[in-house]
Design a protein around this ligand. Structure first.
Ligand SMILES: [Zn+2]
Length: 187
């Protein structure tokens, strides 16, 4: 399946507001191949040359409804720092099973392949979450404890599976309304 800037749906499409169906396990060949295309997109989008030649927009994650498939599948690839490996998961039926009370947010706000242009404002997220799901890359059930930036990315992608977009969380009256004092601000 070809995924690029032209095939990714925008938030005006109803798939982006649909509650996605759970995926039946074991994975069918078709679902496996869709999810493989999704993780390839995110990986390839980190490469400047591929962005130019294949028309990709840089991303750290993508959810199936963004390509018109209303099934519970997300792919995430966050580049590691020097000497650190990338954080990569291609998850089926991901669920947040616990979260911190403490919040976290990105100072510059969030962005989304399906939202053009970006919407400004703080998006409150949980600072720490535990996610359960089936990971295609290792072919097993995983339980992930995530904090700060990765936790925000997973919450953004998992939100897509219930038809929620990041700007739904931005305060309408005051987009930069201060968060609680103990919230983690990530630059
Ligand atoms: Zn998004």
């Amino acid at each position: 399946m070809l995924i690029n800037q032209n095939t990714i749906l925008l938030d005006t499409h109803k798939a982006l507001r649909t509650k996605c169906e759970p995926v039946i396990l074991p994975l069918s060949e078709e679902d496996r191949s869709i999810l493989e295309s999704m993780i390839s997109y995110v990986r390839d989008s980190h490469d400047e040359e591929k962005r130019k030649t294949q028309g990709l927009r840089a991303a750290v994650g993508i959810a199936a409804p963004q390509i018109g498939i209303t099934k519970q599948m997300i792919a995430i690839s966050i580049e590691g720092g020097k000497g650190e490996k990338d954080l990569e998961y291609a998850l089926v039926n991901p669920k947040i099973i616990s979260n911190s009370v403490q919040l976290a947010y990105l100072e510059g706000g969030e962005s989304c392949l399906s939202v053009v242009p970006d919407r400004e404002g703080y998006v409150p997220r949980y600072a720490r979450i535990t996610v359960k799901g089936y990971d295609l890359l290792t072919d097993r059930e995983v339980t992930l404890r995530l904090r700060h930036y990765p936790a925000i990315v997973f919450q953004h992608e998992i939100d897509h599976l219930s038809g929620t977009l990041y700007y739904d969380h931005i305060d309408k009256q005051n987009p930069y309304k201060p968060l609680p004092e103990d919230a983690v601000c990530l630059g």
